[in-house]
Design a binder for this molecule. Structure first.
Ligand SMILES: Cc1ncc(COP(=O)(O)O)c(C=O)c1O
Length: 388
């Protein structure tokens, strides 16, 4: 770091001063537990589920911090210890908590780099926080990389920008960000806020290309790295996301969150995903999806009406461009939208229309499915493009 980062200076004073809620279990957690107004008779569920409820003690509040899950994440993501990890109800909760900790409503701002994940803006709006937009590079060899000069010009001009969100690999771009650019944002005295790197799709990046910056939290007190169990681990249903950051930031997040945000069931499933067998399965599945992604990036541009795949193809989706039927090669968002709607309504095949995003004119974002789904996708896309 080239400057002295001051966490207190960028934290909302009410959060800095906050005395966290003390849980019933902070002091004693075993014995006859009559401290938390739980139900000592057990859980009222049907007999088919009763054994699970009892085994998991679902009549009891969950562990507020889930240290065992964090221990496994320490090993996986190479961070110093569990105090560098926050667990949330999906990474969407992480985004919300960060905005609430650092941005004074009606005054402070976040900076996003479109085209990007929509929840950063939505969360800002919910919290009455303004959004500054500095688009990614849209053309050339650095397509969908950060425009660091423009970001730093914006942050230098406006110290009320508290959070810069950088999505790597990006959604919907699929592009893994050059870590030298992230380093530049972290090091520059032109920005004194937090750099948030959203790595929801990190396990889909080819290892030969690059990887996570989570381990950097040991040396950057101004970095937050977000990840999730929703993508590579195939556990979107349990709603478990995480942040890696310096201890001081994690402490702020833990005292701001609801006391029992992550459920017992979510934590139990996460433990099953993070043991050796679970991790092996995740790696194998990520490799299969990368192969299928490669297949799609080759097959899609051969379909008449699709001009190209754009973006880095580093996530579990591809972004392809639909062009006009007249052969001009002009990106055609209207046609892309009609294809999207017809496929969903007539064929039961749902992709995402992204044509209104900057730099994504005419684009459909297609999640890499299993081999059979991908073949069906190719077939239906070709059929529908012929019709429309
Ligand atoms: C870039 C990005 N970040 C975060 C999320 C949200 O993840 P979670 O399911 O952990 O809330 C998504 C979901 O699609 C995403 O695309």
């Amino acid at each position: 770091m080239t400057y002295r980062f001051d966490l207190q200076a960028i934290t909302r004073p009410n959060i800095w001063a906050l005395k966290p809620y003390r849980c019933a279990r902070d002091d004693f957690s075993s014995g006859i537990l009559l401290d938390a107004n739980e139900n000592s008779l057990g859980s009222s569920v049907n007999p088919a589920f009763a054994a699970v409820a009892e085994e998991q003690s679902l009549n009891r509040y969950p562990d507020p911090l889930h240290g065992t899950v964090k221990e496994r994440l320490v090993k996986l993501r190479q961070v110093p210890d569990p105090d560098h990890i926050f667990l949330g109800v999906g990474s969407d909760e992480v985004i919300d908590i960060l905005v609430r900790i650092f941005c004074i409503p009606g005054r402070d701002k976040i900076l996003i780099t479109p085209p990007t994940y929509g929840m950063y803006s939505v969360t800002a709006q919910v919290n009455d926080v303004q959004v500054v937009k500095v688009p990614l590079e849209l053309t050339g060899p650095r397509q969908f990389q950060l425009n660091t000069a423009a970001i730093l010009a914006a942050t230098r001009a406006d110290p009320t920008i508290k959070l810069v969100f950088a999505c790597s690999p990006g959604n919907p771009t699929g592009t893994w960000l050059d870590t030298r650019d992230i380093e530049q944002l972290l090091d520059s005295e032109a920005y004194r806020g937090i750099v948030v790197v959203d790595e929801a799709y990190i396990d889909f990046v080819e290892q030969t290309k690059g990887g996570s910056v989570a381990s950097w939290v040991a040396r950057y007190p101004n970095l937050v790295v977000m990840q999730t169990m929703s993508k590579s681990f195939g556990l979107a249903g349990i709603r478990l996301g995480m942040a890696f950051a310096d201890r001081a930031i994690i402490a702020l997040m833990n005292k701001t969150k609801a006391p029992y945000n992550v459920s017992t069931l979510a934590a139990t499933v996460a433990l099953a995903a993070l043991d050796d067998a679970g991790l092996r399965k995740m790696s194998q599945d990520a490799a299969i999806l990368r192969d299928q992604r490669r297949m799609l990036t080759e097959a899609l541009p051969r379909i008449s009406g699709i001009s190209e795949i754009i973006g880095g193809n580093d996530a579990n989706f591809v972004l392809c461009r639909v062009v006009a039927k007249d052969g001009s090669g002009r990106p055609d968002s209207d046609r892309a939208q009609r294809v999207y709607e017809r496929m969903a309504q007539e064929c039961g095949l749902v992709v995402r229309f992204r044509g209104t995003e900057v730099g994504c004119e005419g684009c459909l974002r297609i999640t890499v499915g299993n081999a059979q789904e991908n073949q069906e996708l190719l077939k239906q896309l070709e059929l529908n493009l012929n019709l429309l």
